[in-house]
Design a protein around this ligand. Structure first.
Ligand code: THG
Length: 648
């Protein structure tokens, strides 16, 4: 898609120097001590609700004051000025009954800021960029406002997406150069904003640079919705923002460690605009321009930032002092980041070499667990959450959630369960794998997840066109993806077919869809062996050998599979099933399988398996002798009733 010339100019400017963003709008507006009548002016004299405090309305009723603030920040040395639109979304303006004014508020605010920028450019001969501000709204998508009903949500992803899109469109129409999604306290709100913005870019046939700025308001170093800085970045990186960073909150001193963390891992520009310190007992901020500039200056000297500015409590003297302090200091260099699968729940997860194998918990699956199915059907969500929690305790690094059951409203069950999981920090700390054969269920699930999840799964079953369509959607929501070795002809059962389908899917995903290879997880199909049907005997080998070749061809991708499928014919004999799984994984992992949907905590250690049983399993898994199945069946009789308890 077309990138604006301004985009290139901005990028070039950011490579050359540390850019300066403006300071607080609210603090400057406060100094005017506008009355209710000032807020209304003539046009809104009869508006049925109080309007004092609706700062964004001033672009219509006191445009000269807003324009003067922009000019003051330009004079102070700001390269980028932000529009007075922090609350100009349909959701935030509902407080004043001004939803219908949203397009006008954004358009006029953009026009006003652009006029000021042009006026200042004429005066100083220095370029200014205008950023259209998109605030967080006053609602949160992943936290319930009702402590007694943790699954409840006051705002939906779709409402947020549409509200952000409406505001963004008007800002762009009004002439802004940049969009800034700011003061994000809930990453799910930001994900909705980015999906909305993406749609606007598509409609308009052009893209603008997008700045993303989160806020960490408590001393634990997490966002309001509970994410760590790296988890926050992992959730949003797919949007390829022009900057990522932090603003507002507790001031520069408290922000530093979190900013440093983001600065280390983000392969894009970093922006910081803290408040002028901690609010005092009157809710005011009293760090002096010099003091704040010394802290922000240290960010710059330490190579943490590319753009700096100020949030609450900052004024043109603060921006002037900051601009002076960072002038001539080198901007942060964008680091090279290793292409790893990077997911997040409340906490980040990266599939590094040291990890070798990721345990994905299989128990939160209504088709894979009679117990979980019963709990969901009966609506016993508290016990169902315990199933999820037990898996995390047992070592699951990701949890697979599947609600595909004929008699259930799968979509509703998925949404309810995910919203409840979001309220349990000990579960929500790990990433989610959203498992469904219905893409609609997956999409509804994605709208409930603030982290970076995995979609399980998509395939070319219904042809290339449909595959591309859903893959694009998965990417837009920022998820990684499991791709089944399944095409128009059916599910791949031989090694050659598995390789052929995965290679075709790889090409489409990386070349047509623009999917990063490290976010692709191929599932070459684990089928049951030792079923008594001869054609099934080589299924283990076919999977293992396909895995080896796929990883050889595409080193950045991952290989996963539903491990418990392998042993379906030994249902009821846990000891033998566990032994088969361990033997299978022993060989599959060495061939390159690095993820598996497993009964976390129920995998036995290869070396600890009874040697006779192990050899019999190996004969079956590796299809080493024609009588392998019979021999394992005979042996299995001896191990019946054992191995049901947990093995670490
Ligand atoms: N690939 C991908 N996703 C998948 C699968 C896959 N998702 C579902 C499934 N296969 C993986 N999950 C399970 C979960 C449970 C079992 C098997 C696979 C299982 N359950 C026992 C049984 O049915 O005997 C437990 C029964 C019970 O406790 O009630 O074996 O292949 N991408």
């Amino acid at each position: 898609m077309k990138e604006s010339d301004t985009f290139a100019a901005l990028r070039a400017a950011a490579r050359e120097k540390i850019l300066v963003l403006d300071g607080a709008m609210g603090t400057m507006i406060q100094q005017h001590k506008f009355t209710e009548a000032d807020f209304r002016a003539e046009r809104f004299a009869d508006w049925p609700r109080d309007l004092r405090g609706n700062n964004d309305l001033l672009v219509l009723t006191q445009p000269h004051a807003i324009r003067a603030i922009h000019l003051a920040y330009c004079d102070a040395g700001a390269d980028i000025i932000a529009t007075n639109t922090f609350s100009s979304t349909r959701i935030a303006q509902a407080d004043y009954g001004m939803e219908e004014l949203v397009p006008e508020l954004n358009f006029e605010a953009a026009r006003l800021a652009c006029e000021a920028a042009r006026e200042s450019e004429a005066k100083h001969g220095r370029r200014h960029f205008v950023a259209g501000a998109l605030g967080p709204t006053n609602r949160t998508a992943s936290i319930s406002p009702d402590v007694n009903n943790p699954g409840f949500r006051v705002v939906s992803f779709d409402e947020l997406r549409d509200a952000y899109a409406e505001a963004a469109r008007a800002l762009i129409d009004g002439g802004v150069d940049i969009l800034i999604v700011e003061t994000i306290f809930d990453t799910l709100n930001a994900k909705a904003a980015l999906v909305g913005i993406d749609q606007v870019f598509d409609d308009m046939g052009k893209t603008l640079p997008v700045m993303i700025s989160g806020t960490i308001t408590d001393l634990s170093g997490r966002t309001l919705s509970g994410q760590t800085p790296t988890a926050f970045w992992n959730s949003l990186r797919h949007a390829k923002p022009f900057t990522i960073g932090l603003n507002c909150a507790l001031g520069a001193r408290e922000m530093r460690a979190h900013l440093a963390e983001i600065s280390r891992i983000a392969d894009t520009f970093v922006c910081a605009y803290p408040n002028a310190g901690l609010p005092n007992e009157f809710g005011l901020y009293d760090e002096s321009p010099e003091y704040m500039a010394s802290l922000v200056g240290e960010f710059a000297e330490s190579g943490l930032v590319n753009i700096v500015g100020g949030c609450c409590g900052t004024t043109p003297p603060h921006i002037h002092a900051i601009a002076k302090r960072v002038a001539g200091l080198a901007p942060r260099k964008i680091p090279e980041i290793a292409p790893l699968l990077r997911l997040s729940g409340l906490e980040p997860f990266a599939l590094t070499k040291e990890i070798r194998f990721v345990n994905v918990g299989e128990r939160t699956n209504v088709t894979g667990s009679a117990k979980f199915r019963k709990l969901i059907k009966e609506g016993d969500f508290s016990a169902a959450l315990d199933v999820a929690r037990d898996q995390v305790v047992a070592g699951a690094q990701v949890i697979d959630i599947n609600m595909d059951e004929g008699l259930l409203d799968s979509e509703q069950a998925m949404v309810t369960f995910l919203n409840l999981v979001a309220a349990e920090p000990d579960i929500a700390r790990v990433p989610v794998m959203v498992d469904s054969s219905k893409f609609q269920v997956i999409e509804s699930g994605l709208k409930c997840i603030q982290g970076k999840p995995i979609v399980n799964s998509i395939s070319m079953k219904e042809g290339e066109e449909k595959f591309i369509e859903v893959a694009k959607l998965v990417r837009r929501y920022g998820a990684a993806v499991v791709v089944m070795a399944f095409d128009e002809q059916g599910q791949a059962d031989t090694c050659a077919r598995k390789i052929e389908i995965c290679s075709r899917a790889y090409k489409i995903l990386t070349e047509t869809v623009g999917f990063p290879a490290e976010d692709i997880i191929f599932d070459p199909n684990i089928f049951a062996v030792a079923t008594g049907i001869e054609e099934h005997n080589n299924y283990g080998v076919d999977f293992i050998e396909a895995t080896r070749e796929i990883r050889r061809r595409f080193p950045l991708v991952h290989i996963s599979g539903g491990v418990s499928n392998l042993s379906f014919s030994f249902r009821g004999n846990e000891m033998v099933r566990q032994a088969m799984h361990s033997v299978f994984l022993y060989h599959a992992i060495s061939a390159g399988m690095d993820m598996g949907i497993v009964n976390a905590g129920q995998l036995s250690v290869y070396e600890d398996i009874d040697p006779e049983l192990r050899e019999a399993c190996e004969d079956v898994v590796l299809n080493r002798r024609p009588d392998g199945t019979e021999r394992l069946l005979a042996l299995a009789e001896r191990f019946k009733g054992q191995g049901t308890e947990r093995a670490e």
